[in-house]
Design a protein around this ligand. Structure first.
Ligand SMILES: NC(=O)c1ccc[n+]([C@@H]2O[C@H](COP(=O)([O-])OP(=O)(O)OC[C@H]3O[C@@H](n4cnc5c(N)ncnc54)[C@H](OP(=O)(O)O)[C@@H]3O)[C@@H](O)[C@H]2O)c1
Length: 220
């Protein structure tokens, strides 16, 4: 039988962190949840425990303590906080999968703060050179996690990274969360994925999707 993987979710009380935690609690994972304010994380863990009493969910201190025991680290904090988090987890993230979910939006949500030739994921990889950074969950809205089938179609969730085994592991995790995983390419594709979500945010505003929208590739 496959051993249970331990996943640290840094920023577990946020919109995305809580959504990811709740959806992964359904799988065969041990979850270590943390954020700055521990009481908000306790509330998320309490919610999970009330609907899934057998879920392996623990509230731990951020960020190093959470990452120490983890096989996989989900960085679910705003892009602006990633540098601080990376500095704290650097020595315990070696050889681990680190999932970058960030969209580095500017304050007016009409552009990215990253340079055109890079991405939040590639910047995180530079900060954590010995980790296996994988881009995932950035093209899905937090609300999508509770409704991964929209208008009768399962939303796709794009993944990018340089390590084949890590891509496979993250694909399984994305499936557990209820999305259809699509490996888009290596980590350099992350900039495209981050701009895709910028576009979806703009379309959400224009057409009032109410933050429940996603991407779907139609193919034969
Ligand atoms: N919202 C979406 O639909 C969506 C979709 C795709 C991707 N994303 C990306 O997901 C990330 C999180 O977005 P969000 O909307 O979930 O933000 P959010 O609701 O503001 O949550 C941010 C979380 O990060 C924690 N946090 C902030 N600074 C931290 C630090 N230094 N150390 C540890 N935890 C820290 C916060 O905890 P405290 O409150 O305790 O500080 C909170 O739990 C962003 O990079 C965003 O681009 C969001």
């Amino acid at each position: 039988m496959k051993t249970t993987q331990t996943i640290a979710i840094i920023g577990a009380s946020g919109s995305m962190g809580a959504a990811i935690s709740k959806s992964l609690a359904k799988g065969n994972y041990r979850l270590l949840l943390c954020a700055n304010d521990r009481s908000k994380v306790e509330a998320v863990a309490g919610d999970i425990k009330s609907s899934l009493p057998a879920a392996a969910v623990e509230v731990v201190d951020c960020s190093k303590e959470a990452s120490w025991e983890a096989d996989i680290i989900v960085v679910a904090v705003p892009f602006a906080a990633e540098q601080e988090v990376a500095a704290k987890i650097k020595e315990v993230a070696n050889q681990k999968i680190v999932i970058s979910i960030a969209n580095p939006l500017n304050d007016t949500y009409d552009g990215l703060v990253t340079a055109p030739d890079t991405s939040a994921a590639e910047e995180l990889q530079k900060l954590l050179p010995n980790a296996k950074v994988v881009k995932a969950f950035n093209t899905t809205f937090a609300a999508d996690f509770a409704t991964t089938v929209i208008d009768g179609k399962q939303a796709d969730a794009f993944i990018a990274g340089n390590d084949e085994e890590a891509l496979q592991t993250v694909s399984e995790l994305v499936s557990t969360a209820g999305f259809n995983p699509i490996v888009a390419g290596n980590l350099a594709v992350s900039g495209t994925l981050e701009r895709m979500q910028l576009l979806l945010i703009q379309l959400n505003g224009k057409y009032n999707y109410n933050w429940l929208a996603g991407w779907k590739i139609l193919h034969n």
